[in-house]
Design a protein. Structure first.
Length: 117
């Protein structure tokens, strides 16, 4: 089963930027999509963004549209989440996921993003 390794989280001031990375442990020939969710303390996990692996088409939650950008590097089996104009409400553990063409979703271990006011 493919494993996902995330990196790039940290502490940033409001208005700042971070870039998260998520690398799959093996070639993603059969990948349908990858994306990101996040979970803030005491809240349910919520959708952030996704990217279709073959076409590159993207979709975003309304709360991050215009501030976050999801992209992929097929050769590196990596998906990125560029986060700009960060707000304290963006503080959460960010989880990447991969949806294969067949089979169930796999999640990464999560990376903490903290935005100070």
């Amino acid at each position: 089963q493919v494993q996902l390794v995330e990196s790039g989280g940290g502490l940033v001031q409001a208005g700042g930027s971070l870039r998260l990375s998520c690398t799959a442990s093996e070639r993603t020939f059969s990948t349908y999509a990858m994306g990101w969710f996040r979970q803030a303390p005491g809240k349910e996990r919520e959708y952030v963004a996704r990217i279709n692996w073959s076409s590159g088409s993207t979709a975003y939650a309304e709360s991050v549209k215009g501030r976050f950008t999801i992209s992929r590097d097929n050769a590196e089996n990596t998906v990125y989440l560029q986060m700009n104009s960060l707000k304290p409400d963006d503080t959460a553990v960010y989880y990447c996921y991969i949806d294969p063409s067949a089979g169930g979703r796999t999640w990464g271990q999560g990376t903490q993003v903290t935005v100070s006011s």
